[in-house]
Design a protein around this ligand. Sequence first.
Ligand SMILES: [Zn+2]
Ligand SMILES: [Zn+2]
Length: 385
Amino acid sequence: MTAKRDYYEILEVDRSADEATIKSAYRKKAMQFHPDRNQGDAGAEEKFKEATEAYEVLKDAEKRRMYDQYGHAGVQGSGYQYGGGFQGFDLSDALRAFMRDFGGSMFDDFFDPTGRGGRGRRSNQGEDLRVKFALTLEEVATGVERTIKVNRMLRCDVCAGSGVAAGSSKKQCPQCKGIGQVRTVQRTFLGTIQQVSTCNVCRGTGEIISDPCKSCSGDGRVRGTSNVKVKVPPGVTTGNYMSIDNMGNAGPHGGEAGDLIVVFEEKEHEHFTRHGDNVIYELPISFTTAALGGEVSVPTISGFETLAIPAGTQSGKVLKLKGKGIPRLHHSGKGDQLVQVTVWVPTKLSSDDKKVLQRLADSESFSPPRADKSFFEKLRSTLGV
Ligand SMILES: [Zn+2]
Ligand SMILES: [Zn+2]
């Protein structure tokens, strides 16, 4: 059993610190030493547990009073099964205590930069890689399967990732004697303070390579490329991504590979504009079709469709081709194609055309409706002019 450190000292707060100060001091320590952030670092885990234990006592007025008066003995066996030392305060209890008071949400954002949640990282896991994947609107509509070339770190074939030259083997780290951690003991007027930290010679592995592999210089991985098959479901949009397990960089010294994150990017289309699952298309129609109505052949993302134009269609009117848009991602059904009609006005007229139009111009049904006089009178009286 090792001597316990003073709780106030662990949290680095004054003996007169109020509850809020204690809470914020603990939060700072816990964030620093949280196991999610220090995978495999036993020293950090100890510190996390130690800080949590200190917090559990100091945040409770009654326990704090007992501690102030009698020291560690005063809070031993007071419902906390610490056992003889820090070892007795189990990590899951400490994690629970932290989650109880600080929740998990801000933590997830904080520690998972990819926002994926999911599996935890080990210290020698390779990095995730991010690649862009451009696709046309047609490819978005149907989904696409394409093989892409990815530059990444691969496991070294020569040493099978170990980093050790053939015929040689890893040796026990002389600094930590294979434990991966170093303990330093300090004597102070408060008692003995013991600190555990990761060995800086072997970086916590407990082993060193005296004869490194020539091919990878002992890293266990080399630069290379991989062909990765990417199967994109229909309906993705710019910013959507897909994570492909183990296709990121191989980890050093035989560590598990990171993931490949494929981020989709939709290319702009010459004729169509996407709006969610709908596709917008601008259709110019003749002035006569607008007036008389008729049928027009319209391109869609999946071929031509016949669209009925009702008689008297005004410019700007939006007509719908139901189910002719983009498939909904991971759902059944499709969006619509929205056809925005513009009435095209002829710019070159023969003299015969002109004669016909001149006659129509005189027809009363060819004048657009206008706001009548009473509207303007009302407006004027409202404005007082
Ligand atoms: Zn190698
Ligand atoms: Zn070592």
